[in-house]
Design a binder for this molecule. Structure first.
Ligand SMILES: [Fe+2]
Ligand SMILES: [Fe+2]
Length: 533
């Protein structure tokens, strides 16, 4: 009798965690994670412990979506207290780094008025020495430039608190906010203490494309599973066939949901803003593409920016062994918050990571990938972000993500330089969060609330969107990245309804685009994207 072979069950979710909080750049990249821990997560957990019941209820209230509430039921408050204790001890070095950064930044602002910064190096706190360069901008505003690469090689890059949590997902709604709620372990869940870069992850996730015997899987997970009984519910014997490589003469475009799109062309596959759901036991009516419906090999994954609805560490780790090259936006490194997605990706175990400058091109057969400016959406704060153009023969697809038309000339230049962008993918998120949202760690403690009202991280409204379409010579619009899929709710909150402002704006943009003769559709849930002539 042949041994049964197992893959990961459709409903098996594997969450990468940093000391029980889900991994995203603000919990992984050393300096941002340190500042975020000190300014946001620790105060948040303390606030929860004051009024756990209030937090637990508020976290479930859709009207309060985007607010800072911990969704842990009151009866588990003691576990949160213990977690806070562990964080304070195990991430003590990160907290010290953040305190020193904060304090020295205030000293700099008070004292550095354009005179030489040289004498200040001797006053740097020990924890910052060697890790920062003191610089002015051209109008004598001082700041610290962080040697990020060094931090990934020292105690502030804490792979010892990284782990994977394996569990069966009953429904998408089971997932609490990624930003605010720690993942306390529940029954039937497996905790695997493993650094994200470890190659054993590739072995585990190879099960998505190649089933293996139980003993082989037990070997990979080692002590993390106590018995077969614990492991078997996470596995499935049911066979599944991966899709054939697309070799067609026209591009095949499949929408995975939110901002995630798969383009296949002449044997190559390109996945943009990879956020891929599992199939929970109750998955609802919306079609979905999960890991087994993606190509065995994904030649390029392109990331537009670090908002966690676009850069999803959970998906990236699961796909890592199938990805050829990970292409990320380039940061300037001038601000602590303008961290390097490339260094982050390297720390996640990706070997082949590119960060092209705007207008640089990567070759595809009879095509190319071009890095393009991604304007707006970050409250006028410098951050790594890139829109992507994928050219397949004469056809150009423009993935504008959450771009906003702040400067028409950008788009006019883009068209003049690379040609008409026939197909545009863009959202109409007209509200957006304040510029400081989730970035509290980088801003002074006392903030100007008026500015927060004024500077929003928003995308284009219908008029601005229409202008982009006109300027780039678009024939097709796909309105996407609208937060309409239930599997995005733990990242961006409740799905939009027809009454949500961004949806009303979407209707206006679609109508205006159709009036001008464009093919204009809003995408929702997995679907084939047909490019009409
Ligand atoms: Fe965004
Ligand atoms: Fe987005």
């Amino acid at each position: 009798m042949t041994e049964p072979l197992y893959r990961l069950a459709d409903a098996t979710l594997v969450e990468p965690l940093v000391q029980d909080f889900q991994a995203w750049w603000m919990t992984v990249a050393p300096m941002p994670a340190s500042l975020h821990l000190q300014a946001y997560l620790v105060p948040l957990l303390k606030a929860y412990l004051q009024t756990p019941d209030f937090h637990a209820k508020a976290a479930k209230d859709p009207m309060l979506s985007g607010s800072s509430f911990v969704g842990v039921p009151q009866e588990r408050a003691d576990e949160v207290r213990a977690l806070l204790q562990r964080i304070t001890v195990q991430q003590g070095e990160r907290l010290k780094l953040a305190e020193a950064f904060d304090e020295f930044q205030n000293q700099l602002l008070a004292e550095a008025k354009g005179q030489s910064l040289e004498p200040l190096y001797s006053r740097l706190p020990d924890v910052l020495k060697g890790k920062v360069e003191l610089v002015y901008d051209y109008v004598n505003r001082p700041s610290m430039r962080v040697h990020e690469g060094l931090l990934y090689r020292g105690p502030h890059h804490q792979t010892d608190i990284q782990s994977l949590r394996l569990r069966r997902l009953k429904a998408d709604a089971e997932r609490d906010s990624l930003l605010t709620t720690p993942r306390l372990r529940g029954p039937g869940q497996v905790d695997w203490k493993v650094p994200f870069h470890d190659e054993r992850l590739d072995r585990l996730f190879s099960l998505d494309i190649e089933p293996r015997p139980l003993g082989w899987i037990r070997d990979v997970l080692g002590d993390a599973v106590a018995s077969d009984a614990e492991l078997l519910p996470l596995l499935s014997e049911a066979p599944q066939a991966l899709p054939e490589t697309w070799t067609g003469a026209t591009p095949r475009v499949r929408y995975v949901g939110h901002a995630c799109v798969l383009v296949e062309w002449k044997g190559k596959s390109v996945l943009i803003d990879a956020v891929v759901p599992v199939r929970p036991e109750e998955q609802g009516p919306l079609p979905r593409i999960s890991f087994a419906q993606l190509p065995r090999r994904i030649d390029y994954v392109l990331i537009t920016h670090s908002h966690p609805d676009h850069l999803d560490i959970e998906t990236l780790l699961r796909l890592r062994q199938r990805i050829g090259t990970l292409v990320v936006p380039r940061s300037s490194g001038a601000l602590a918050g303008d961290y390097s997605p490339r260094l982050l990706a390297r720390s996640l175990g990706f070997r082949d990571v590119l960060e092209p400058y705007f207008y640089e091109s990567l070759p595809l057969p009879d095509g190319e990938i071009i890095a393009a400016p991604f304007m707006g959406e970050h409250g006028d704060v410098a951050h790594a972000k890139t829109a992507w153009i994928v050219r397949t023969g004469p056809e150009r697809l423009f993935f504008a993500a959450d771009s906003m038309c702040v400067d028409e000339v950008t788009y006019r230049d883009l068209r003049a330089t690379v040609g008409d962008l026939h197909t545009v993918f863009m959202n109409t998120e007209i509200e957006g969060a304040p510029h400081t949202w989730m970035l509290e760690g980088f801003f002074p403690k006392k903030r100007d609330r008026k500015l927060e009202k004024n500077r929003r991280c928003r995308g284009s409204n219908s008029a601005e969107g229409l202008r982009i379409l006109e300027l780039v010579g678009a024939r097709r619009l796909f309105n996407y990245a609208m937060g309409l899929e239930p599997w995005m709710e733990h990242i961006i909150g409740p799905a939009a309804t027809p009454e949500t402002p961004r949806m009303k704006e979407s209707e206006r943009l679609l109508a205006a685009a159709r009036e001008r003769g464009l093919q204009a559709e809003r995408l929702q849930g997995a679907q084939e994207v047909h490019l009409r002539a």
